[in-house]
Design a protein around this ligand. Sequence first.
Ligand SMILES: Nc1ncnc2c1ncn2[C@@H]1O[C@H](COP(=O)(O)OP(=O)(O)OP(=O)(O)O)[C@@H](O)[C@H]1O
Ligand SMILES: [Mg+2]
Length: 240
Amino acid sequence: MNNTSPLSGSPPAPGGEDILQVERLGKTYVLGQTAIPVLRDVSLTVRAGEIISIIGASGSGKSTLLHILGALDQPSGGTVRFQGRDLYALSAAQRTIVRGKHIGFVFQFYHLMPELDVLENVMLPALSGNSGGTGMHDRAQSLLEAVGLAGRANHLPMELSGGEQQRAALARALMNQPDLVLADEPTGNLDSVTGGQVLEFLFALTRGQRRTLILVTHNIAVARLCDRVLELKDGCLQST
Ligand SMILES: Nc1ncnc2c1ncn2[C@@H]1O[C@H](COP(=O)(O)OP(=O)(O)OP(=O)(O)O)[C@@H](O)[C@H]1O
Ligand SMILES: [Mg+2]
């Protein structure tokens, strides 16, 4: 992994207000008669502009937590306030609007639409999120340039390498200029060189724009590049 990123030592944005306030969050999956408690009591406050990493054993609930923070799944208890709004007191439709406008999600396995080319994939959040318009195409193209994929705009995802797909997914997550970027093991499937490049893009495109980033990773060296490292263990989030 690239530990020598010039971005790694940047300080957090000064004076940021809280973007996320998570209180006593719980999540229990119920499968038939079986209850699977995953998150028991997660509390967390994130200031705008922070870059935070979440580590934890496989199955500890990192993706579950990230999905709930990203308005993609319902908690069983507790509250998530995002920019002052109680996310799960909103209707599903209102939550979708908030997510589309303010939150970018980088999925571990990219989730690019296979039948759309790279440029169309990147533009997708703007098409579904009301923030389209004349600049949409140019913005998608410039994001592709930023992640080093300008020459691949009209290729299908299956024609790209894993690292290129991950970078396209990153560009897509940033399309709507989200305030909060949630990235679930964005380097997990990549070799260390490509992973280092993806991470540099991610840090540059969040830090440079004063965005907030929460990054899930298994890689402690990656985690330590962030402002704060938190560990999910026994359903609770602890500082390391
Ligand atoms: N939809 C679901 N229904 C039932 N159980 C689930 C569901 N999604 C996740 N789980 C369970 O919740 C636990 C936490 O899963 P999660 O995917 O959040 O872990 P993780 O920390 O992200 O793991 P990994 O590091 O392997 O990605 C696991 O035991 C998993 O089996
Ligand atoms: Mg996971």
